[in-house]
Ligand binder design. Structure first.
Ligand code: ATP
Ligand code: MG
Length: 423
């Protein structure tokens, strides 16, 4: 996924190959108390505090955390209640990955390389992200990730098991998600990968919405995620979805404030236009990104696809005129579903997506309402053996859609007999 500065033209990827962007690199971005609490740790560290921190003086994380007055919560971590992220040594992580062997390599994002490993101490498979010091992210994202995810606990958030901050090494250790990211299951599928069926898609959408609801409505203080996209939705056994990557997360507005002012960061195609233009981040910015993800889930299209014609490159811009005419809804559905979807379910899912990507942030729904609607949709099981298969059609405006694999197996359709749809 290519990324951009939300204000416009230049693509960071084209400059340095990195996914994330920022509009004011190297400038302090934090303008409110709540913001400073999350990402500007060193500004709060008094000289006297730093001097007292002799034992940890080589440990940048400890200094960062000290500045946030959260050191107790982070360092007591796993040793106290088993829920919080624990500090791990570099040796433990090197052992877990056989010295970061190339066949343990899972992929690479803006933070750095990701390896699969087995943590002997916990007898658990893990994914280990190693900060690339030349990459687009850094200590700040590392600290925010540890503080946000280390304190979060929800079945739809990837569990941060631990972290390592030794010398200038920064590593994050997560539970291993065996099915990889949602992006890998929607776009450019390898020939041996099954197409996600309608029910699985709705289950993933509902689970991702529940993860976001936890961040917005249950965490104290509430958190704006800021980086919701298909590559950050990871899948466990049974396609159970979990949100990952909290390096851009922000504490939401406090009191009667409606927004947090920040430099604009995120991923091209997912960033709400209001946030891109004003730098004013709200919970509704996440709702917009969620709407883009839901559209990708329904249509199988990418948020931004440079291989398509200009009119179709931006998913939301392509979808908006189609939202106005119900008769066009079947044109929007992923052709790889081969017509195996419920008509009413499609209308409802598209209606939710359309509300989420509205230009005006106050017109977008709150996450609790999105969760209610998607839970209902996910509960209505579609069975192609009982319900009619729609006429699978190639969108006339989508010559690039690959149809060679139209006859491939659709995951999960076997054995579904529960009836819920009446179309
Ligand atoms: N906990 C995990 N379990 C299994 N695979 C993971 C895990 N975390 C990341 N990965 C895989 O590692 C790869 C890189 O992930 P990473 O989050 O670093 O990059 P990204 O999401 O593609 O981009 P970004 O930096 O914008 O988040 C992806 O292919 C992802 O599927
Ligand atoms: Mg990611």
């Amino acid at each position: 996924m290519g990324c951009f500065r939300c204000t416009g033209k230049s693509s960071k990827k084209s400059e340095n190959g990195n996914d994330k962007y920022s509009s004011k690199k190297n400038k302090p971005d934090d303008r409110t108390a709540s913001d400073a609490l999350k990402v500007s740790p060193n500004e709060n560290v008094k000289e006297t505090d730093v001097k007292k921190e002799v034992v940890c003086k080589d440990d940048q994380l400890a200094l960062d955390v000290k500045g946030l007055n959260l050191i107790d919560e982070v360092t007591k971590d796993g040793k106290t209640d088993g829920k919080r992220a624990q500090s791990l040594t570099f040796d433990e992580l090197a052992e877990a990955t056989d010295n970061f062997r190339s066949d343990c390599f899972l992929g690479e994002g803006g933070f750095g390389k990701v390896y699969k490993g087995h943590l002997a101490k916990l007898n658990q498979d893990v994914a280990i992200k190693q900060l690339d010091r030349n990459g687009s992210q850094g200590i700040r994202e590392f600290v925010v990730e540890v503080l946000t995810l280390g304190l979060a606990d929800h079945p739809n958030l990837v569990k941060l098991i631990g972290f390592c901050a030794e010398g200038d090494q920064r590593l994050l250790v997560y539970e291993y998600m065996p099915l990889g990211s949602l992006e890998n299951h929607l776009h450019e599928l390898p020939p041996d990968r099954q197409v996600l069926d309608w029910n699985t898609r709705m289950k993933i959408a509902a689970g991702a919405a529940q993860g976001l609801e936890y961040l917005h409505d249950e965490m104290k203080p509430p958190v704006i995620y800021r980086d919701l996209k298909c590559s950050n939705i990871l899948l466990g056994e049974g396609y159970h979805p979990k949100l990952s990557d909290f390096g851009l997360a922000k504490v939401g507005p406090i009191g009667d404030k409606t927004h947090v002012s920040t430099r604009v960061m995120g991923t091209y195609g997912y960033c709400a236009p209001d946030y891109a233009m004003t730098g004013q981040l709200t919970f509704k910015s996440d709702i917009y990104s969620f709407g883009v993800v839901l559209l990708e889930i329904i249509t199988g299209r990418k948020a931004i696809d440079h291989t398509k014609t200009a009119r179709e490159q931006n998913l939301v811009a392509w979808a908006r005129p189609l939202f106005k005419d119900r008769k066009k809804f079947p044109q929007m559905v992923d052709p790889l579903l081969q017509g195996q979807y419920p008509v009413r379910g499609l209308y409802q899912a598209l209606a939710i997506a359309a509300m989420c990507v509205q230009e005006q942030p106050n017109m977008r729904p709150v996450i609790a309402d999105v969760v209610t609607a998607l839970n209902y949709l996910a509960s209505q099981k579609y069975d192609p053996q009982i319900h009619p298969i729609q006429n699978p059609r190639r969108s006339p405006s989508s010559p690039n859609v690959k149809r060679d694999d139209d006859r491939r197996q659709i995951a999960g359709n076997e054995g579904q007999r529960e009836s819920g749809w009446k179309d």
